[in-house]
Ligand binder design. Structure first.
Ligand code: M6R
Length: 365
């Protein structure tokens, strides 16, 4: 049931703090360290791995983009994120030193399953991150990490996505520690911060009314853009997909610095631009990109951290997230993007949970 919510999607958006918390706690041992004993990726195994592919479709692919940033930063292993339907035909560079991480909420997406089979055939080690026990992908992958999101009913994925990201963060931490990139103190500090994310997401959820008001201002737009740098770009693509699939507004996401290489020509008076500026280390650069679109008439909706009020000089509306490290800011900020797409869809009278032309699980190639 919808548990008192008007739609499954809204219910699932609100279930994210709990889902992320469960996903983390179920993998901690008595010493409070991440425990992946059942996935035989010991220190020795990890020392041998020299390349990682993350392979998935749609929103799970977007979680992979965040995972790449986390693993490369914390464990210093090269990661390529690939769309499953492309990967399977690309003759990927795989040998026994390659780890292929398959991400799939349902565990049944046909292209993703085929990519897993191809990876195994070529001799890669395989690890699945999935939400469904006993699913085909869970059964066929060498190792599995489950997301504890609970059943996801709405076609638009929300809680599966954020719990996938939580898993990828834990994996990055574990790998970083076992490979000696992180010492125990750094590892514990990052883990504590990750455990604090559900509380920060709750603060974002409380600000729903403001998101509704902003949705009212952009709901009639024919098109729009999402921009961000670094981790913010990885989140922007997901925000844009949510808007497209449930609100039928054509939006695209761009790395902020790339817009002026062509796409900025599409900005007109009133074009909504959702500008993510959650990365403190890139804040000034993000502000100057916002100025560029503002000067061409864009209606700018900024997402940033509390304390960055300077953004109000360039943004028409600002959604604030609690102070949080760059690494985890996207995971908190993306909840605003889910809510925004949700409210636009509701205001347009669309079928939020079952958007046209889409199925929850794509079992055709
Ligand atoms: O079940 P999966 O995670 O393998 O599904 C992958 C995509 O089909 C899925 O994420 C899709 O993009 C969602 N509708 C996005 O909200």
């Amino acid at each position: 049931t919808k548990g008192g919510y008007p739609h499954f999607m809204l219910k699932e958006i609100h279930e994210q703090p709990k889902g992320i918390q469960e996903t983390i706690l179920r993998r901690l041992d008595a010493d409070g360290l991440v425990r992946f004993d059942d996935i035989r990726l010991s220190k020795e195994d990890l020392a041998e791995i020299d390349k990682i592919y993350i392979v998935a479709c749609g929103t799970a692919y977007h979680a992979g983009l965040v995972g790449k940033k986390a693993i490369e930063k914390m464990a210093r292993i090269k990661v390529d994120v690939e769309i499953a339907s492309e990967f399977r035909y690309d003759n990927p560079f795989i040998d026994s030193k390659t780890l292929v991480i398959i991400v799939s909420q349902s565990g049944e997406t046909l292209d993703t399953l085929a990519a897993l089979r191809e990876a195994k055939r070529k001799g890669a080690r395989t690890l699945a991150i999935t939400n469904v026990m006993g699913s085909s992908i869970a059964r066929e992958a060498e190792h599995v990490i489950y997301t504890w999101a609970g059943p996801e009913i709405a076609v638009a994925s929300t809680k599966a996505y954020t719990t996938q990201i939580a898993c990828l963060f834990m994996l990055a931490l574990d790998m970083g520690y076992k490979r000696g990139v992180l010492d125990l103190a750094a590892y514990r500090e990052i883990l504590e911060k990750l455990k604090g994310i559900p509380e920060k997401i709750k603060a974002v959820l409380k600000n729903d009314l403001q998101v509704q008001k902003i949705a009212g201002k952009i709901k009639d737009a024919a098109h729009g853009f999402y921009i961000g740098r670094g981790m913010d770009y990885s989140i922007a693509v997901e925000g844009s997909l949510k808007m497209k699939e449930i609100s039928y507004v054509h939006t695209e996401a761009f790395p902020s610095g790339e817009l002026k290489h062509g796409t900025i020509a599409l900005i007109e008076d009133g074009t909504p631009v959702i500008a993510l500026a959650t990365q403190q280390s890139l804040f000034e650069k993000s502000i100057s990109n916002m100025k560029e679109v503002k000067a061409r008439g864009a209606y700018v909706i900024g997402v940033t951290l509390e304390g960055n009020e300077l953004i109000e000089e360039v943004a028409d509306d600002v959604l604030y997230i609690p102070k949080v490290d760059d690494m985890f800011a996207g995971l908190v900020g993306v909840v605003y993007l889910q809510l925004l797409a949700y409210h636009v869809s509701v205001m347009k009278g669309l079928d939020v949970d079952k958007p046209r032309n889409l199925a929850k699980s794509v079992t055709v190639e």
